[in-house]
Design a protein around this ligand. Structure first.
Ligand code: ATP
Length: 304
């Protein structure tokens, strides 16, 4: 009996892990299916991450052959720096993060991490090097502990709690009747947008990656939560190469560099101050946001 039970039990475990990972990745990227086209080359080596430089070289991309989404996109994020990407909805911002995580392969040009073309290395090693705080965090129907530990399943309880503290969600968890054993997800306690993003930040802290992608939530959080999340993000972005996909301008003022995208092209880049002086698209979007703040038309400045 035990001989049958053990393999079945093991298979059940494997199935659960695979289902969880796939659900997470799909939802994380808003994909309906994982792209089977992306495969490891036979004998591909692991990515060797040293300083953590990200380099896009003349990247073209189309999800479908007849509709090109990115055109000749080139930029470098130096090790440890933060690059923010802004632009109107549909400009191609989140597509950059999907390509960096290699959910799709570029149709032209190349993406390098520390000088290695990401198509030449194993997907597993690539994804291990990158932490993502996605737009909409997926919570599994499991405990909040499981949901945080998912960032690094072999982490100790102390490490999970330290990550929750760093993401400023520990006190909230401790205030719940079942504490870390509280069931969350669709069938458990519903968490707010800000709380879910904190779970994602805790996962990323636990994973401790050299490269971090923060895909800002499109649905605006209240301004107090937004400020708190930004402060936490700033702390965990220290000494990591960070790409912030910003759907609001308020996030990007402190970035080392800002890329402004329009219809799949980079049309401007610089610091917040440089871009204001340039008086182009960014300055226009900024002025619009200021005006909306003054008019009080929108609670959070959502212009992009
Ligand atoms: P937002 O600020 O609204 O999130 P974005 O700048 O991040 O927008 P992307 O999500 O990168 O925009 O999308 C860029 C373009 O690619 C859009 O026109 C979108 O319709 C298209 N697109 C995104 N995902 C897919 C997909 N899986 N298949 C086909 N087209 C897609």
């Amino acid at each position: 009996m035990i001989q049958i039970y053990l393999p079945l039990h093991f298979l059940g475990f494997v199935y659960r892990e695979i289902k969880h990972s796939l659900a997470d990745m799909e939802k994380m990227f808003g994909l309906l299916e994982v792209n089977a086209e992306v495969k490891d080359k036979p004998g591909a080596p692991d990515l060797r991450v040293n300083a953590g430089e990200i380099r896009f070289e003349h990247v073209d991309f189309a999800y479908e052959p007849r509709r090109q989404i990115l055109f000749d996109v080139s930029f470098v994020v130096p090790p440890g720096r933060t690059m923010a990407v802004v632009g109107h909805s549909g400009a191609g911002k989140s597509t950059l993060s999907r390509l960096l995580f290699r959910f799709y392969d570029v149709t032209g040009g190349r993406i390098l991490i520390d000088g290695q073309d990401i198509r030449e290395v194993t997907q597993k090693s690539l994804r291990a090097a990158i932490g993502i705080v996605p737009q909409d965090t997926v919570l599994f129907n499991d405990t909040i502990y499981y949901n945080i530990a998912y960032g690094r399943p072999d982490a100790s309880r102390e490490e999970v709690i330290a990550a929750a503290r760093a993401a400023h969600i520990h006190d909230f968890i401790e205030s719940l009747p079942d504490k870390y054993d509280t069931l969350v997800g669709e069938r458990g306690l519903k968490l707010s947008g800000g709380e879910k993003q904190r779970v994602a930040i805790a996962r990323a802290v636990l994973k401790n990656p050299k490269i971090l992608i923060f895909d800002e939530a499109t649905s605006a959080l209240d301004s107090k939560s937004e400020k708190a999340i930004q402060a936490e993000l700033k702390r965990i972005a220290e000494n990591r190469t960070t790409l912030v996909i910003a759907h609001r301008l308020s996030t990007v003022v402190d970035a080392d560099r800002i890329l402004v995208m329009d219809h799949g092209r980079i049309v401007e880049s610089g610091t917040h101050r440089e871009l204001l002086e340039r008086d182009g698209l960014y300055a226009h979007m900024w002025a619009l946001q200021q005006q909306e703040d003054i008019d009080g038309l929108k609670p959070a400045a959502a212009v992009v």
